[in-house]
Design a protein around this ligand. Sequence first.
Ligand SMILES: Cc1cc2nc3c(=O)[nH]c(=O)nc-3n(C[C@H](O)[C@H](O)[C@H](O)COP(=O)(O)OP(=O)(O)OC[C@H]3O[C@@H](n4cnc5c(N)ncnc54)[C@H](O)[C@@H]3O)c2cc1C
Length: 533
Amino acid sequence: MSLPDRNNPYNFDDFLDWRQSFDYYRDDPFIQQVVKHFCGDQWETVDQAARAISKKVSFRWRDFSDAIAFPEKRPYVMHYDGHHHRIDRIVRPFEIEVMEREVFSERLFSPRTPPWVKLIKMYLIYQNGEACISCPLVCTEGLVATLEKFADTPETRCILKHCTEGIDGEFAIGAQYLTEIQGGSDVPANLLEAVNQDGTWRLYGTKFFCSATHADYAVVTAKPAGSEDIAIFVVPSWLPGNKEKEIRNGFTIDRIKWKMGTSELTTAELTFNGAVAYPMGPFDRGLANVVGIVLTLSRLTVGLSGAASMTRASREAGKYCEFREAFDQKIGMFPLLANQVRKIEKYTRRTTAGAFKLYRDFLTLEGGLKGGLKTDEPERARRKRIDVRELILLQKITATWDTTDILRLAISVFGGHGVMEDFSCLPRLFRDAAINELWEGPRNVLLAQIHRDLQRVAEWYPPEKFVHSILSGGKKALIEQMSSEISDLVAYPSLLDLTPETLAVCERWDNFCHRLLHRYQDIALEQVEGGSK
Ligand SMILES: Cc1cc2nc3c(=O)[nH]c(=O)nc-3n(C[C@H](O)[C@H](O)[C@H](O)COP(=O)(O)OP(=O)(O)OC[C@H]3O[C@@H](n4cnc5c(N)ncnc54)[C@H](O)[C@@H]3O)c2cc1C
């Protein structure tokens, strides 16, 4: 019975009190179990580092991330100062500046930070969504990895030090500018020109998607004049001594894009007019290096961020089910809803376990990342390299696709409150997830690349052996079935002819790749839960 009450006492305080005091690491036994399982003899170090940073991520940085998400806090560009000097200042709220300084001071990219410590910190930070932090972290990681291989001048070594150890206590932020107006997937079609003028390389032309525009340095792809090579350069946003004077290094920020997600981060359109640029690696290996190092790292981390945002959504949706009532019972007791919550939990756990297992595989790559498929390593090492490369692509497409699905489902658990921007962070995470699906390579492009890669290596690494290798530890019958499917699909010559037959193969390939990665994730989860390696 429900009689009228003009002083309706309803409130959300119990749920909010729980949410307010939840520590992302200390209060999550599952992630502790994942760390213990995958981090080997380093797990105690990783566990300690996670407990320490979690106190900041779960409270102070969480609140900053929420605060900057309001439209009135959006960053913008101020083109001129009061004396008509072109400055192109990215104006960001104070909270971002403070949080960014604190996050980058964690020295994530220092050689003294063990990789697993970096990973767990990133995973916890990503639970707060983009927040103008996630993309710059990923981009800085790619810049550092490229410089570690190719920094061979005083300027590039100094940039590397700025990113890894900091200079005068300030840590540099990286960006990556590849995409041009005519297309992002087709990097070889880049038109930005690099010209050697009196021994200095300078860039001329435009880039159309430039996120983390406030960064200190960007990895930029460009064609050296008269050549079709895609070369990689590192471009400082300001030359030494000019940051304080706000004199940018030979480029203008023409416009900030108005976008659906990751809105706390600017994505800009730029014109280069003589920007000084330092080459990284041989020009004829630029494309292989940008794909094999920069994009591979970003794709790996985008998969991890999917696990992180699902974790947040799963936790909050699960708790809401225990709190909220409808028709005189907790909503979690409705089987229709209970099924959805179970699905959210299952996807969260499998994606998280899979991301950590893949990172372990990645860390065991001898010689780290390399550009291209051809290496002079022994066959076993080459096969391992293919496993990791393709798993990173598979994870990027599967985890990002699943994240939008799971976030939408989690939003629906909250009913109408789910879409309220100031009720929970889920709408923001959902919009960020839609971006994650697209940047660093959209689904179709990566599906095509996996198909092409497996065809190119089939002679020395048949696709069925690839399936056996990545699903090792899984059920034999399932492995056999997937092996037979993949050999059939990879034998199909090309995914590029618009015929009924190719359309059917493409549909099967898309579905197969998604299932394949799910099986990899499920094996990872079984290993975590069963304690086997
Ligand atoms: C918010 C945001 C921020 C970004 N920030 C950056 C940044 O900082 N730096 C940067 O360099 N880029 C950035 N990007 C660009 C992003 O990487 C590109 O959008 C992406 O690579 C796709 O390029 P495109 O948009 O030109 O799409 P297109 O290449 O035009 O693709 C359109 C469609 O065609 C499909 N397609 C294309 N080629 C193939 C193929 N071979 N086989 C099958 N299907 C294909 C694609 O899958 C897609 O569905 C950003 C994008 C977004 C959304």
